[in-house]
Design a binder for this molecule. Structure first.
Ligand code: SAH
Length: 208
């Protein structure tokens, strides 16, 4: 009896496309649950400096497409199936392993930024400069978390369109925004931000 031939190895089930899709959707929902209360609360905080240009709005729209609409389309319709790829299992596993650290950093950065947070380039009434918590060693921990998000999206949604659209759309937003954000902060906080810049890196503590 060659029963071993019909037995499905456990890791095949675990790493199946469906499992990865479901796990990713839980991650994705987790990000929403983290952000939603902050977005609600901060609506009350008046914006005093608004740099939400047409470029900013376009970039935000692009991330909506790349990090939300295309992943949803991949998970819930067969329309993108022609662009599927399959990664080695250890890369899928790496994606899964990134879920908890990413949710943690996403939550911490919202929590530490508190009432100063906005999805766009804005300064709020009584805006304070945050330099503690996850902001102690890096200036953009929320962007670090979102970089991790789009990397795990590519590792878990194995599709050239829905997997890579996060990296492309957020990458564009990040590189076209980060200098302007720092310039805005420098205008607002002057020497304090310059000193903060000197003792921190952008995304990875002590490295980059
Ligand atoms: N770039 C940061 C914050 C993203 S939210 C991060 O990745 O963690 C974007 C808004 O946060 C900006 O419009 C700016 O008003 C605000 N901001 C960015 N850095 C800040 C800081 N150190 N302290 C207070 N507000 C900050």
């Amino acid at each position: 009896m060659e029963t071993y031939r019909t037995a499905t190895p456990k890791y095949t089930i675990l790493m199946s496309r469906l499992f990865l899709e479901i796990a990713f959707m839980f991650f994705w929902l987790g990000c929403f649950l983290i952000r939603f209360p902050f977005a609600q609360k901060n609506k009350k905080n008046k914006v005093v400096e608004d740099q939400k240009t047409t470029k900013e709005k376009g970039l935000l729209g692009l991330t909506l497409l790349g990090m939300m609409l295309l992943p949803l389309m991949y998970v819930f319709t067969p329309w993108l199936d022609f662009a599927n790829y399959t990664l080695p299992g250890f890369l899928n596993l790496l994606g899964i392993a990134l879920i908890l650290p990413t949710l943690w950093l996403f939550y911490r950065s919202h929590k530490d930024l508190g009432r100063n947070w906005s999805a766009s380039l804005e300064l709020r009434e009584e805006h304070t400069l945050i330099t503690e918590g996850v902001y102690k060693n890096i200036r953009h921990p929320m962007y670090t978390a979102i970089w991790l998000w789009v990397i795990l999206q590519a590792l878990m949604l194995q599709n050239y369109i829905a997997g890579l659209s996060g990296i492309v759309s957020f990458g564009l937003l990040y590189f076209l925004r980060v200098n302007e954000e720092e310039k805005m902060m420098e205008q607002q906080f002057g020497e304090a931000y310059i000193a903060y810049k000197k003792k921190t890196k952008r995304l990875i503590p002590n490295v980059f």
